[in-house]
Each structure stands twice: as C-alpha cells, then as structure tokens.
Design a protein around this ligand. Structure first.
Ligand SMILES: *[C@@H]1O[C@H](CO)[C@@H](O)[C@H](O)[C@H]1NC(C)=O
Ligand SMILES: *[C@@H]1O[C@H](CO)[C@@H](O)[C@H](O)[C@H]1NC(C)=O
Length: 415
C-alpha cells in the first residue's frame, strides 16, 4: 500500500512537472527556405489551385461530406517553403515541405525507389542508433487509426500508415510506410522521441525536399509533439535567405503593431480565422462569412470564394489608374505598367475579427511578367486561403493552445 501511494505521488509529481502551467516552456528555432528564387506565376497559379483541391478534400473528408472537387494532378511544383532539420544519430540534415495544412511528419526511408520526391536525400533507419519503430499501441498510431490511415502488423509491433493528401477517389496522392520514433535536431536543440513516418512509397507533389513536416493542429504534427503550445514564422521574399520558424517560448511577438484574432475551433488541422470584410481604397467589400479563411504556408497565391472575390476584384479594377490588360493564368485584374512611371495603387486591408492587416502593396500586386502588374488574388470555387505571398514580411504566430492567431509587420531577414 505504501509503495502504491509513493508511486502515485511520483506519478502526480511527474504529471505536474510535465504540465505546461508548471514548467517553463521550451523554445526552438528552426529555419525555412523558399524553394523558387523567382516566382513563376503560371506555376504558382496551378499549384495554388491544386493545393486548394487538396485542402478542400481534407476538410470535406473530416466533415464526412462528399467532395465536389476535381482530382489533383500530380505534376506541378510550387513556391512553398522547406523546413531545415536533422534526423537520427548521427544527424542527417534534410529539407522537407513545411505544411500548416496537414499533420504527419514524414521522410523518405531507405532506397524508396519509386517515391516522390526523387533526387533528394533519403533517411536510412538502420544507419541511426536512435531509431525505433513506433508500436501500434502508441497514441500517434491510434490517432492515425481513428482516421483509418493506419493498420497494425507484426503482432502490433509495427504501425503501417497510408496518409492521403488528395481525394479518397484519387489514389495518386499519398505517402505510405511505417511509423518510427527518432531524435530530431531543430537548430541547435536535440529533441528525442519524435514520431514520424518512415515512407517507403509515395505519390504526389511534395516539391524537391525529402518529405514533409506537418505543422497543423492535430496530435501528429510537430507543433503538437513538441508540446510547445505555439509556433510562429516570418516568411522572407528573398529565396537566398532563411525564414525563421520558431516554437514555444521563442515564438513571441513583442513591441508595437501586434494584432490578434481568434482561431476558429472545431476545424481540425487547419488554421482558420474570420475575415469580416476587405477594405480596398475607399471601398469596404464582403468577407468570407461563416466559412472563414485559412492561413496556409503551402499555398502560394491567395484564393477567395465569392462573394468576397468578385466584390474585391471590382474594387481593385475601379480604383487602379492603369490601363487594363488581358487576364492570364487565372489573374483577372492585370494592368500595363512601365517600371519608370510612378503609380498609386489602392491599399488593401484584411479586416479580421479584432485585427486589421494593412498589407504592403507587394503582398497583393506583383509583376507577373515583364510590364504586366496583376492583383495576385484568384477565385476559389470552395474554401478561401491566404497564401504565402500575402503573408510575407509578417511575423505570424499560431497560438494553438489558446486558439489565437497574431501577426506583426516585420523584416523577416533580421528576426
Ligand atoms: C513557368 O511554368 C510553366 C509551367 O510549368 C512553364 O511552362 C514555363 O516555361 C515556366 N516559365 C519560366 C519562365 O520558367
Ligand atoms: C526596368 O525595365 C528595364 C527594361 O525595360 C530593366 O532593365 C530594369 O531592370 C527595370 N527596372 C526595374 C527596377 O525593374
């Protein structure tokens, strides 16, 4: 009995020590690298709509709704951001797509002869002294099983996953393998026991890295596994520079200009906020209503559903004093522009619930080809997404624990 009481006391003190309220939160600093040096807007448009199909399909799957989306093509590449980290002992440095729209962390494992992406380094579990298989009884495997993404084999010693990124009706966008536990190195910090997918088979477009790091809200994501409660990033437009990706106590916004808006809860994985309206010059146009808008690191352009899209486009067209030119690649507000002339473009402000994002002009107008300036927002037929160009040079903090999204204008190169 005494032994039992002592054990209980030990368990309680352990739980107290582990609980966030009673311990100083750890902080980690990692970096992200922009893939493309110059944005190819034809490709960016295609990538963004593919990404939209994927996110909408996941949302519909989560809500058990049949999805109206068309299947993904798997041939495109985009201007996403790769996270830099190391895995294993000795550490192997890898780049993998940083993705706020999904949860699983995975890397190509072994020869992975028919895996996408090809050409990038692969991780070999037998060359690392800190690798172990995650048993089926592990809570991360249960999380996968609850979504029918995993099965057990080897008498429960192995958790085999098949994690889809597209539609269930399109079987060509997934990653598959067995779950493992490894030591990750983020910046200078060593983090043992991170559950990840050791991928032996995959199809789809994950860019040029070795896999993907899920930064969503579910239990499998890096954010959840680190137990840090919050993370932030600041995307630099300069592909030759690293963008900081900060976790826990390092993910703080200080000084002036910080604004915050609630993250809508009840929506798994994604970071959704309420966009009440959009101000364009003198006009205030519709927001995205009850559907909210997703902050996504993996989509390049911003995609707005109607009525928000059409109303904002009309306001842009009527307030931009430049000759209009033909639409291209889904851009419907394009103008002739000669780089010597000074032009005044209308300001664009995203009015969230309790926070206004007064965008720098270069976050919503870009020269998509020589002499052609376009409003780089496109129409969505389903959900609305704030893509990574619009997020550039903001320090954006996702407080997962308290469901708050905050942002602050920043020079990401010097953060
Ligand atoms: C941009 O991407 C498209 C589609 O992938 C490609 O056909 C085109 O050649 C690219 N343009 C440039 C300038 O690289
Ligand atoms: C302006 O256009 C000329 C070619 O017409 C180009 O050489 C120059 O780099 C451009 N300047 C800027 C600032 O884009």
């Amino acid at each position: 009995m005494a032994a039992k009481v002592a054990l209980l006391a030990l368990i309680i003190s352990f739980l107290l020590a582990a609980s966030p309220a009673n311990s100083e939160r750890r902080g980690f600093r990692a970096t992200m690298i922009r893939r493309e040096t110059a944005i190819n807007f034809t490709r960016a448009a295609r990538q963004s709509h593919e990404r939209l199909s994927m996110l909408a399909a996941r949302l519909d799957a989560a809500a058990s709704r049949p999805s109206p989306q068309t299947p993904l093509r798997v041939d495109a590449d985009g201007a996403g951001y790769d996270m830099e980290f190391s895995i294993g002992t000795p550490p192997l440095k890898l780049l993998a797509l940083a993705d706020t729209g999904s949860d699983l962390i995975w890397t190509k494992c072994g020869t992975c002869a028919s895996c996408a992406p090809q050409g990038s380094p692969s991780y070999y579990p037998d060359k690392s002294s800190s690798f172990s298989k995650l048993p089926c009884s592990d809570s991360l495997c249960s999380a996968l099983q609850s979504e029918s993404f995993a099965t057990c084999s080897a008498g429960g010693a192995e958790c085999d996953y098949r994690y889809p990124y597209g539609l269930s009706t399109n079987s060509h966008h997934y990653t598959q393998g067995y779950m493992g536990s490894e030591t990750f190195t983020l910046g200078s910090d060593v983090v043992p026991g991170v559950g990840f997918g050791c991928t032996t088979m995959s199809e789809g477009n994950y860019g040029t890295g070795s896999g993907l790091v899920g930064l969503g809200r579910g239990p499998l994501s890096l954010v959840s596994q680190l137990g840090v409660g919050a993370f932030s990033y600041c995307l630099t437009p300069d592909a030759s520079k690293a963008s900081p990706l900060l976790f826990g106590s390092l993910a703080t916004l200080t000084g002036t200009g910080v604004q915050s808006t609630p993250l809508l809860i009840g929506i798994d994985t994604f970071y959704v906020v309420n966009l009440q309206s959009i101000s364009i010059g003198a006009a205030t146009t519709a927001g995205t209503g009850n559907n909210g808008i997703v902050f996504d690191s993996g989509t390049t352009l911003t995609l707005l559903a109607d009525p928000a899209y059409s109303a904002a486009k009309t306001a842009i067209l009527s307030q931009t004093a430049l000759p209009r030119v033909a639409n291209r690649d889904g851009f419907e507000a394009c103008f002739q522009f000669s780089n010597g002339s000074s032009v005044t473009l209308p300001p664009m402000v995203l009015n969230f619930d309790g926070a206004d994002m007064n965008l720098p002009t270069e976050n919503f107008f870009m020269e998509v080809e020589h002499g052609v300036l376009c409003w780089i927002v496109q129409k969505s037929s389903s959900m609305s997404i704030i893509g990574n160009i619009m997020q550039m040079n903001y320090h954006i903090r996702y407080d997962v624990e308290n469901s708050v999204l905050s942002f602050q204008p920043a020079n990401c190169d010097s953060l």
